[in-house]
Design a protein around this ligand. Structure first.
Ligand SMILES: Nc1ncnc2c1ncn2[C@@H]1O[C@H](COP(=O)(O)OP(=O)(O)O)[C@@H](O)[C@H]1O
Ligand SMILES: [Mg+2]
Length: 315
């Protein structure tokens, strides 16, 4: 394993915020750490970057134990949500900042920096100050700065969360493309499941400082191993009485199905979401694609529900 974290634990004032977390990342892989606010995502990144000292655990990167290395001696770059650019420096100086510490001369550094700016679509912007750029452009500068030293590990802490929706999608696919091109081992932190699903090779789901599930995105969705995974990812119908659940897409309109009444209808553009009421008083939500025919509130419909047992899940 290229990056191996074992038994990482971090406490603040005797409160455990990261609890005995172990995982590995293959070379060139993009791992997403996903979980609600406060679950310990940033703390893990900071421990990997060398910005906080863990109370227990070991970090091996490319065969070297870096657990006790200071931040500047780790071959690791971190990009924060808030960009963290130097406001008094030009774009190019920001980008090449790390190169002087690894002994690269100014002229050569500039050449490398300009090349990197091209990769993030910022050619021609090198002499501006960060404040003259949009939020998305500033985050591109931060990504370029993180990549220019060719780190063995790139850490991205919610890098897109300050951007508006359209730009977020754009920059997300650019980051993924660059990550692939450079084959750079990356950990991308987010609290947004859709973002995690679209960018990750693997997802590590966390809650309250603990690792809940570590798997490929599809596996996490299709085979949640815990109640928390099931609840956090996607939408779900519960039938507690019979200890079972179904995803919204596991409910089909079908003439052979059980009769239900449409309680609520919500138009969402590509899809329409329905809430249905069964004869025994259970409500069930489902979705159907727009243009596939619609049902009105109060209408009687027939639907089949594919249930899965809840009791095979851990708490
Ligand atoms: N420097 C600190 N001092 C005390 N508590 C902290 C500190 N940094 C983080 N925490 C606490 O640790 C927990 C995890 O925080 P964090 O890693 O930032 O979560 P996330 O990034 O998932 O939102 C939170 O309860 C937070 O309040
Ligand atoms: Mg955080």
């Amino acid at each position: 394993m290229f990056l191996e974290i074992s038994n990482l634990t971090k406490k603040y004032n005797n409160k455990t915020v990261v609890s005995n977390v172990s995982f590995g990342v293959e070379e060139g892989e993009l791992l997403t750490i996903l979980g609600p606010s406060g679950c310990g995502k940033t703390t893990i990144l900071k421990a990997l970057g060398g910005f906080v000292k863990s109370d227990d655990g070991k970090v091996i990167l490319d065969g070297i134990d870096i657990t006790d290395f200071p931040a500047e001696e780790r071959p690791v770059s971190t990009v924060f949500q808030s960009y963290g650019l130097f406001p008094h420096m030009s774009v190019i100086d920001n980008v090449i900042y790390g190169l002087k510490f690894i002994g690269i001369k100014r002229k050569e550094a500039e050449k490398i920096g300009i090349e990197m700016l091209k990769k993030v679509h910022l050619q021609g912007e090198e002499n501006k100050r960060p404040s003259q750029l949009s939020g998305g452009q500033q985050q591109r500068v931060a990504v370029a700065r993180g990549l220019v030293t060719r780190p063995k590990l790139l850490l991205l802490d919610e890098p897109l969360s300050n951007l508006d929706a359209k730009l977020r999608l754009e920059l997300r696919s650019e980051i993924k493309a660059i990550q692939r091109e450079f084959n750079i081992t990356t950990i991308f932190v987010t609290h947004d499941q859709e973002e995690a699903f679209s960018i990750a090779d693997k997802i590590m789901l966390m809650n309250k400082g603990e690792l809940i599930q570590f798997s490929r995105p599809r596996e996490l969705y299709e085979n949640p191993t815990t109640k928390f995974s099931l609840d956090f990812i996607g939408s779900v119908n519960y039938d507690e009485k019979n200890s079972r659940f179904s995803r919204l897409e596991d409910v089909y309109f079908d003439d052979k199905g059980e009769e239900m009444e449409v309680l609520d209808y919500s138009f969402k553009g590509q899809i329409i979401e329905y809430t249905l009421l069964t004869s025994d008083g259970t409500t069930i939500r489902t979705v159907s694609l727009n243009r596939k025919g619609e049902f009105a509130v109060g209408e009687k419909v027939n639907a089949i529900v594919n249930w899965s047992p809840l009791d095979k899940l851990d708490k």
